[in-house]
Structures are given as C-alpha cells and as structure tokens.
Write a protein that binds this ligand. Structure first.
Ligand code: DON
Length: 581
C-alpha cells in the first residue's frame, strides 16, 4: 500500500511540476509563513501565492476555492454550496459560515416520495446554490486583498486550460456514461463522450466568462440577471430566479469543544459534522487511546462503536436547525456521553438495528485548509454532492449544478447516495437546507490556531476528520502521516465496518470476532491538514494522496540561516494577538 501511494505520489509530482512538488509524498510540506492544503492540487499554490503577496488566510482560501472550482469541475463550484469555519486572530473569535444549498420554494417532500428517482440526478435534484454568496460574504467580513484579484487565477486557469491529471481522467472516465443524457456537461467535460487524456488542457471558456461577471459584480452575479435566468431555464423552472434572488448565507454559532488541552471549532447543523465530532470526542476522552495502540483492533472497535452510536443520533434528530429543533445541547453534553459510554462493549458491538446498502460515488466535494502567519485560520469544505452533481451544466455559463437535494431524507428507510438514512428532522421543505456531513474544523492550543482541517467523501468525512485529529493529538503523527494513515468508518446503517486495505489481517480477524461485518473500501475520505507546530515554529501541510491533493507552504522573503529561537521570535512577532473588547 505504501508503495502504491509512493508511485501515485511520484506520478502526480511529475504531472504537476512545477506547480507543487510535494503532493502525496511521505514528508509533510513545510512553510515559514503559512500553509494551504487542498484536495485539488492547483488550488494549494494559488492560495500560497496570495499568502506570499500579503493576503490573509481568508483571501488565500477564497482564491483556492475558486481555483478548485475550475480545476476539478466535477467536485465543487459555482453551482454548489460550502461551509467555512474561521478563526480571527485579531478578535480571538470563531465563526461558522453556512452557504449550504437550500430546497427551492416549490420543492415538497411528497414530490420526492412519489418520484424518488428525481432526487439524485437532473433538474429536481438541484438545490439553490450558495457558493458565490458564501465566498463573497467571507470576503466582505474578513478579506484584505481586492475581490477581483482573488478570482483572477481561476479565470486564467479556465481560459488557458486545466491540465488533466490521473485523478481527473479517472473521475471523468467513471462519470462519462452518466453524462450521455446531459449534452452540455458532455460537451465541455469530455471529448465526444470520452474522458480527456492525461495532460490535455481542458479549456472552460463559458465558466471563465461567468467568473469574470462574478469578479465584476460579486454575489449579485448569481442572485439576479443573465446567469440566474439561465439556471431557471436549465432546471426547467425547478430553481427559479426568485429562489436565487432570495438565497441567504447564514452565520451560525460554531460547535466548540475541548479535548486534552486542545479546543476545536467545528461546523454546527445543518452540518452533522461538528455535533458528531463533539459527541464522539466526549466519549473517547474517557479512554487512554494511545495505550490501545494506533489502529489496533481495540482502538478500531472502540472508535467505530462510538461512531455507530453517534450516527444513529444523526439519522434520527439532525437536520436544518431553522426547521427542526435539533437537540444540539443534549447531544453534545457530557450526560449524553455518559449514556453512549454505557452502551459500548468490549466483547461485541453496541446494539442498534437495520442494514441497507447502495454504492456511493466519490468526489463531489473539495476541502481547503489555510493557516496564516498572523494566526488566522480558515477551513472551507465546498461541494456539489456527487460527481458533477445533478449532471446538468447550465448552457452558456459552464456552471455545473449540484444534486444536494439528495442529502435530504425521502423517508426513514430510503438511504441517500452516502447510504445515510434520516427522519423528519431532515425531510424536504421549501427553503430548508439538507443535512450535511462536511466537517471543516479548526483546532486551537493556548488560543492559537494550530490546525485547520476537513475532508471529502460524504458521511465518511466525519470519521476521516475524527481519526486525523486523533492521529495528531493522541499519536503525535506529522501532518502527512496524520492524513495518510489507514482509516475505518461505521455509520450505524448499513451495519458494516468499512476499512481500508492496509488494516492487517489479525486486526480484521479480531474485529470479526467482535461481531463486525467488514467491508474493504479503496478509500475512506480524503483529508487536508494544515498545522502549526510551536516547537519548530514551522507550518506543516498534509495533503491526502488518496486524491489529487497538494499542500503548499508560504515563505515571505529570503530564507535566513537563523537559530530556532530567532525564527520563533519572528513568527511570534508576526502573530496578531487577540485584544479583548
Ligand atoms: O454535504 C454532504 O455531506 C455531501 N453532499 C458531501 C458529498 C461529498 O463529500 C462528495 N465527495 N467527495
């Protein structure tokens, strides 16, 4: 397996040179003045360049987010949505931005119950996009460089062409048959229905024009006017101009928790990520995880059991808090952790029922993690849900529309593309946001942002982020090993324990003895981690080699041959300390 990653890493390095030479290497990437890690390789150097030009973490994240939308149009973009978690060094405050898609005004639960096949593909699968509004709002509140400057690299990439990588080729090859009924996506993203070859320059002129309009008009470019009209036409009126004009981003109270001297800041509902991370860490902190051993059968059994219980809560009571009274306080309380802890068994699995199965497809999501030298941190996860979302590209705009409606629950027994089930809490209602698993997260130590992280791959994101956090905090892995270590996942239903291929045979045998039905998966999530290490006074980046990811460290000015003390003193003087109001 290590060899497989090494080969993939080397090939990706060759393809991307001179972009970034460290993608999927075994060493973490270093930076003296900041770090950008992204699941789309060209997005990392785009953010790095902004940091080196004096932009802050939010500026860098916005540039990376637009770049990602162009470079992996199958994974995220203007027709999708996002969540962002921000730590602002100056105020010391933490923020959670919800730019999730919403159900259009005409959407009803009855329609999807009667026509369940429409929820994952085509016009009825599209939620009202929030991506541009989200990035605009982030820029309005925290940006320091001009908006136009942050979009320019993405426009250039769309005009000059994205160089097709192995991952890109593989994904489009996989998606191609499903694009046969979607002529505009097929026209732009394939060569007569066939995935473009490695190194092909994929030019997206319509997308470049849309980006130019966004560069000029900001959020208004999608809210009203020509693009909005075209979206209404392309969805046969399922998403109307009025839906787009009414779309609003929301600032929400982040989920904050403490774990062994670290404070984590994560996304609240309509993400399930923050609540589940807190539920799980509240239980896990009662155990000596390091003593169990990384990925030992005892460790996997314990973490998977906690995951199973937390995902059962997800299915029952999580949804958009503006439409359903999500019991956030109760779920994240220590009293609830006591209840969950009582149900964990060392001789078998915690009992919760039912089995469902459908194959998911990966890659409708992208994650970007940024830390800057002032101490700001941003984690953005952006999605169009599954590969090419609804599969519709809006003619004349190059915008691929999401299929985020599928993240709603049609009824309690029908799983979504991620095999997740849900209840009334996550039923379709006009204007409501579908429940998400995206888990952008920032970790603080002694009030300084030391990690920015998050991942992709539906429900598997939550397990992937949790395990990456534990890899760092409990097992002291460096950034690269923290994201590359083999992972596992349990989400209650289906009642299977997913594992990656590197989990050894003896561990598998023991897990089966404990009653787990194992399911080997080629990958479980893709996590991007930026971290700051106050001992070496360097920023470190971990880019997940399971995808075409990259990390790029910022270095402003000449590299000086200075002592550790001198470097740390410069780094500490760059940091903006929070001033209490
Ligand atoms: O919001 C969610 O949970 C899903 N729409 C995320 C989908 C995803 O991660 C696709 N992945 N690679």
């Amino acid at each position: 397996m290590r060899n497989k990653y090494l080969i993939i890493g080397l090939v990706i390095c060759n393809l991307l040179f001179p972009y970034v030479v460290f993608a999927a290497s075994f060493e973490p990437v270093w930076g003296r003045d900041g770090m950008v890690a992204a699941s789309v390789s060209p997005a990392a150097p785009a953010g790095q360049a902004i940091l080196e030009r004096g932009g802050n973490a939010v500026d860098a994240a916005i540039a990376s987010a637009f770049m990602a939308a162009v470079a992996h149009p199958f994974s995220s973009g203007l027709g999708g949505g996002l969540f962002a978690v921000v730590h602002d060094a100056k105020s010391g405050e933490n923020f959670a931005l919800d730019a999730r898609e919403t159900a259009p005004a005409a959407a009803t639960a009855e329609f999807y119950r009667e026509n369940p096949e429409t929820i994952r593909k085509g016009a009825r699968s599209v939620g009202v996009p929030g991506f541009v509004q989200g990035l605009w709002e982030l820029h309005q509140r925290f940006g320091s460089l001009p908006w136009a400057e942050l979009i320019e690299p993405a426009i250039a990439l769309a005009e000059n062409g994205v160089s097709v990588t192995i991952w890109h080729h593989k994904i489009v090859n996989w998606a191609a048959p499903a694009l046969e009924d979607f002529p505009e996506t097929r026209r732009i993203q394939t060569i007569n229905g066939v995935s473009p070859p490695l190194g092909w320059k994929l030019v997206q002129s319509d997308l470049a024009q849309s980006l130019r309009l966004i560069q000029e008009k900001g959020r208004q470019a999608l809210a009203v006017g020509a693009i909005a009209k075209k979206i209404e036409q392309a969805t046969d009126g399922a998403v109307t101009e009025l839906d787009l004009a009414r779309y609003e981003v929301k600032w929400r109270e982040p989920i904050i928790g403490n774990y062994r001297g670290y404070q984590y800041v994560a996304m609240p509902p309509p993400s399930s990520g923050g609540v589940l991370i807190k539920e799980m860490l509240n239980v896990l902190q009662r155990y000596d995880l390091a003593a169990l051993g990384h990925n030992s059968s005892e460790y996997i059994h314990l973490v998977a059991s906690v995951g199973k219980l937390a995902f059962a809560d997800r299915a029952q009571v999580l949804g958009d808090p503006d439409f359903y009274p999500v019991p956030i306080e109760r779920l994240t309380s220590m009293a609830h952790a006591d209840e969950l802890a009582k149900r964990i068994r060392t001789d078998g699995q915690p009992q919760v029922k039912a089995t469902l199965d459908t194959p998911p497809d990966d890659s409708g999501t992208t994650h970007i993690s940024v830390l800057d030298s002032s101490g700001n941190a941003v984690a953005i996860t952006q999605t169009i849900n599954t590969l090419f979302g609804s599969k519709i590209t809006v003619p004349g705009t190059g915008i691929a529309l999401n299929n985020e409606m599928d993240d709603f629950s049609i009824d309690p027994t029908t799983p979504n593309a991620w095999e997740a089930v849900g209840a009334d809490a996550n039923a379709v209602k006009p204007g409501k946001r579908p429940l998400s698993s995206m888990t952008p997260m920032i970790v603080l130590k002694d009030d300084r942002a030391v990690m920015s992280m998050g991942g992709s791959m539906g429900t598997l994101i939550i397990s992937s982020v949790l395990q990456t956090f534990l890899n760092r905090v409990e097992f002291d892995f460096d950034a690269q090993h923290a994201v590359m270590a083999p992972r596992f996942h349990h989400q209650w239903q289906p009642d299977t324990l997913s594992i990656e291929a590197d989990i050894p045979l003896d561990v598998r045998t023991r897990l089966e003895e404990l009653g787990h039905t194992l399911r080997e998966r080629s990958m479980i999530g893709a996590v991007q981690l930026s971290l700051y290490d106050s001992e070496s006074c360097y920023f470190w980046g971990g880019a997940d080699g399971r995808r075409d990811s990259a990390a790029a460290g910022a270095n402003i000015g000449e590299i000086q041959a200075v002592s550790l003390e001198q470097r740390c003193s410069v780094i500490n003087s760059n940091r903006v300390k929070a001033v209490p109001e």
